[in-house]
Design a protein around this ligand. Structure first.
Ligand code: NAD
Ligand code: ZN
Length: 360
């Protein structure tokens, strides 16, 4: 078992990572959240069918009042309707200020349940229990949100959990495409912050299936340590936290243009990272071995070229609408070398030219 300490200005908490840890979840929670009156587990249909009974049983070892609220699986659940339904469940089960919400699932459950915890009675404690690889990213850092029809993650709060309890045995049932999606964010963490870790990934993960056992735990641990280091310096994204957006400017544009769920978040981010490396070579006028990255990403099964029907003009428009764009000028995270990135402004004409060149 590995413990990572997170210290943001608003809160200190721990991420516990290990295999087959479920039997100790109640004691781990009790240590950091004393005097819990009731527990509400929020989870999705898929995760509920696999793990809810086991989690409830483990929590009953310490808590008498354990309730569950199940939301539909998928991004659509990050809606106002589901947010409201979670609050209804909290109220009908008489949760009070000393109750606890447990977010059991991937990033969708974590973002929604975290926002419910941030707002129920002006904020009650919550614990993240991630069940996807991508959630190594979403469960740490305290960003919680739901979507508005006019924009993803537009309504939310910065709200940190009391504990992140990561039992990697949950990942054994995760479909390959979801594993690959989470792996993209692990690669991202290495590329923005830790050259040696990127080398380790290349040497130890030849294919997605290699991500198991100790290698999986180490990759998650490193990814979380990097995210923790970044958010500890900049909890509310005034500076370096923006580096986590590497690959996301084009990635988000693609997801929005194609419709959410068509491409996984990680596949879109992987393609976005390739584009960012392509642009970096040209912007800084130095070789970064774009073609070897392309080969590597192709090998892992990530898409390496833009879908033929999406137009560069449309992508540019979406990139300009990004939350991080300022004065309608696109700001992209570019790579100076592996492990070092920087935010740069790029003019529309230049970006469009590079999008066309990338699409060829
Ligand atoms: P997800 O939560 O939708 O999970 C992906 C799919 O896997 C779902 O169908 C789910 O039911 C299923 N699943 C989950 N665990 C499983 C398991 N153990 N076995 C089998 N199936 C399982 O998606 P995700 O990729 O985990 O997260 C994506 C979301 O995270 C997006 O909404 C994104 O905006 C958000 N996100 C948030 C942050 C943040 O900082 N808050 C960061 C990155 C992403
Ligand atoms: Zn992401």
């Amino acid at each position: 078992m590995k413990r990572i300490h997170i210290a943001t200005p608003s809160k200190r908490y721990e991420v516990v990572i290990g295999n087959e840890l479920l039997h100790m979840i109640d004691r781990m929670i009790d240590r950091v959240c004393p005097h819990v009156t009731a527990v509400l587990i929020i989870t999705d249909e898929t995760v509920a069918s696999l793990y809810l009974a086991d989690v409830q049983q483990a929590l009953h070892q310490t808590y008498d009042r354990v309730y569950a609220h199940i939301i539909p699986s998928g991004e659509e659940a990050k809606s106002f309707e589901q947010f409201y339904a979670c609050h209804t469940a909290a109220l009908t089960n008489h949760l009070d200020r000393d109750s606890l919400i447990v977010a059991l699932g991937g990033g969708v459950v974590g973002d929604l349940a975290g926002f419910v915890a941030a707002t129920y009675m002006r904020g009650i404690r919550f614990v993240q229990v991630p069940t996807t690889l991508l959630a190594h990213d979403s469960a740490v850092g305290g960003k919680t949100a739901i979507n508005h029809p006019l924009g993803k993650n537009m309504i939310g709060a910065f709200y940190q959990p009391e504990l992140v309890f990561y039992d990697i045995s949950f990942l054994s049932t995760l479909p390959k495409r979801e594993m690959r999606s989470g792996f993209a964010e692990i690669i991202k963490h290495s590329l923005i912050y830790d050259r040696a870790f990127f080398g380790w990934l290349q040497a130890n993960v030849q294919k997605i299936e290699d991500l198991n056992g100790d290698r999986l735990q180490y990759a998650i641990q490193k990814g979380i340590e990097i995210k923790a280091a970044v958010v500890s310096q900049d909890e509310k994204e005034h500076g370096v936290r923006a580096h986590l957006n590497f690959g996301h400017t084009l990635g988000h544009a693609l997801e929005s243009e194609l419709g959410y769920g068509v491409m996984t978040h990680g596949d879109a981010v992987a393609l976005g990272m390739l584009f960012a490396i392509f642009v970096s070579e040209r912007f800084y006028n130095q070789p970064l071995f774009y073609s070897s990255f392309r080969t590597l990403f192709h090998h892992y099964g990530f898409p390496t070229s833009l879908p033929p029907h999406v137009s560069p003009e449309r992508l540019l428009e979406k990139m300009k609408k990004d939350k991080k764009a300022k004065d309608q000028t696109v700001r992209m995270v570019l790579m100076k070398e592996i492990g070092t990135v920087c935010v740069e402004r790029i003019s529309d004409e230049q970006l469009l030219q590079w999008l066309y060149a990338f699409a060829e």
